[in-house]
Ligand binder design. Sequence first.
Ligand code: ADE
Length: 252
Amino acid sequence: MRIDVVTLFPGLVRECVSVGVVGRAQKRGLLQVYTWNPRDHTHDPHRTVDATSYGGGPGMVMMIEPLRRTLAAVSGAAAEPAHVVYLSPQGARLTQDKVVALAGLPRITLLCGRYEGVDERVLAHAVDEEVSIGDYVLSGGELAAAVVIDALGRLQEGALNDARSALEDSFSDGLLDCPHYAKPVHDAWGSVPEVLLSGDHAAIARWRRQQALGRTWLRRPDLLAGRDLDAGSQALLDAFRLNHAKASDGEN
Ligand code: ADE
């Protein structure tokens, strides 16, 4: 997959995506990340990319022309048309379903705003969708772009050393992930649940599913609302809730 990032801070984006799984995906040739600075597509000595906002008020707005030229250069750099995503708190909230959909495209362009954002006409004419990484405001789209690249990069085939990791991620089944444990079995901070040491793979799978359901019910009930669980999952969740109620009663 190819990702082009239009940003006034190319170094920031490149640094963020140069390590770990996503850095390795690039070294393996599974992901190509290119950065484009709109300042390189200006024609004035000050390399101006922003101007005051019509109507007044604080903050500057990124102008059309440098962005139009930059996006034209991006578009001409490869044969496939790129799906253009603008990172902004006004966008649709990023979900794992959206990540999976974007990760399946051959090419996307991420447009990062700074200041008060970009001229609205850029959004209307050159952007396919706006994406937000959460209900808070960052000082620019670069960190959001790095989040998107990380989430997409790890899903590229061959990026994870064990592809099962992606299947077991939180949200991959609309549920939060179950707890995980490593050495030692016994520690001053507690012991590893016995079932995980049993070697009984069916029992382990059942326990993990139950923990995923239970955690989702406790922490993110919104993910379960309106969802029809199959009878087996419902029974696991009911048992979890019963245990949870008993444990809470014991505490009081
Ligand atoms: N730019 C500024 N804030 C943002 C957010 N929450 N998500 C995506 N891009 C942003």
